[in-house]
Design a protein around this ligand. Structure first.
Ligand code: GRG
Length: 353
């Protein structure tokens, strides 16, 4: 049994009470406190169908809680030190990776893979790699040379704890280990061609047409008063949507999706990626730092263009809803198989942090 499966089984045995599998019963290592705020609302909601009748909503929180121990165990395994000389670097990587993010990206990757009949093992390397790249981007984004932030995921940022030099290297090591993980640990049930496609997509998601490009254009637009919605959409298509796309499309590729199916997932992901950022901008001005686990009103202070600034708060809420609905319509061809991803599209705009 691979290490993360062993750890997850152990965590579930320690944590579970099959009938009432609640967040509080999960061992601290597997808990994501940021999800608490939304749990009851997700569980209790019912949806109205086209005939005006109500039907039970997909239990997204139950779905997430089923997968989360495996994800947390695999994440933890990915930053284990191999020798005393690498201990301090791995500690710094672990500090940020295991700080309790929402894990939206790995859950999307697992759900996308499952939709095409793939197993959790098929998708876990790309799921973990995407979260490692995401965490790397948060560490670098918080550095003094970028957003200069001192709070992330409810804790002091990596460079505050380990210093700028180690924080930069922890980010670099998370990024490079992510590529190694996918190349080495994706099982042979996924063909070599598909593994190569995953690696190409990872590179694209990080480069000039991904995170790095989006971040640079964001920095260029800072403080300018002629930033347009087209600029803002380009920035977040590349800076935020790129990793949600990697998660959804990567999961689909690992699960055996055809080109047409991958294209549908890509459309879904770009729309939820933009919706995610619109929601993030709304939360930045409506929630407190404690609720967010990071500095609130940061965009206002740093004179950044945001969706509420360019469109107004109410229009931004409508834009988030429109994008989420658009994303869901891209999955119509998959019927009920898409239920977890459809619920995630709702969660992304309804979340409180
Ligand atoms: C890839 C080479 C290379 C460079 C990276 C630093 C950088 C360039 C890009 C910054 C990207 C960035 C920080 C985008 C923000 C995306 C975003 C909305 C993050 C918040 O995600 P959540 O809410 O956070 O999922 P948690 O903590 O829950 O995981």
């Amino acid at each position: 049994m691979v290490n993360w499966v062993k750890s997850a089984v152990l965590a579930i045995m320690m944590a579970s009470d099959a009938a009432t599998f609640t967040l509080n019963k999960i061992s601290p290592r597997c808990r994501t406190p940021q999800l608490f705020a939304t749990r009851e609302r997700v569980d209790e909601r019912v949806a109205e169908n086209t005939d005006g009748q109500t039907e039970e909503k997909f239990n997204l929180m139950g779905y997430i809680m089923e997968k989360l121990p495996y994800v947390e165990a695999a994440l933890s395994d990915s930053v284990k030190s191999d020798c005393p000389q690498s201990d301090s670097l791995c500690k710094s990587m672990e500090y940020s990776l295991m700080a309790g993010g929402k894990r939206v990206r790995p859950i999307i990757a697992l759900a996308a893979c499952e939709m095409f009949g793939g197993s959790m093992e098929d998708a876990m390397p790309i799921a973990v790699a995407t979260e490692m790249i995401h965490t790397f981007s948060l560490i670098h984004d918080d550095l003094p040379a970028m957003d200069n932030d001192d709070m992330r995921r409810g804790k002091p940022t990596n460079h505050i704890v380990y210093g700028e030099d180690v924080a930069i290297l922890a980010g670099d090591a998370l990024l490079s280990s992510a590529f190694q993980l996918v190349a080495e640990k994706t099982p042979d049930t996924v063909s070599v061609e598909r593994k190569l496609e995953l690696i190409i997509r990872m590179g694209k998601a990080c480069g000039p047409m991904g995170l790095a490009g989006g971040q640079v254009h964001d920095l260029e637009c800072e403080g300018k008063n002629d930033v347009t919605l087209t600029d803002l959409r380009w920035i977040h298509h590349h800076k935020t949507a790129a990793l949600l796309e990697l998660a959804a499309v990567g999961g689909a590729i690992a699960g055996g999706a055809t080109q047409a199916e991958v294209d549908a997932l890509q459309k879904f992901a770009v729309d939820i990626g933009l919706a995610f950022q619109v929601a993030d901008d709304i939360l930045d001005v409506t929630q407190t730092s404690e609720e967010l686990g990071k500095t609130a009103a940061k965009d206002l202070d740093s004179d950044k263009a945001t969706f509420p600034k360019l469109m107004g708060l109410e229009e931004s809420k409508l834009e988030a809803k429109r994008l989420s609905e658009e994303a869901k319509s891209a999955l119509a061809m998959f019927g009920d198989r898409a239920k977890p991803l459809l619920a995630i599209a709702d969660f992304i705009i309804e979340r409180k942090n």
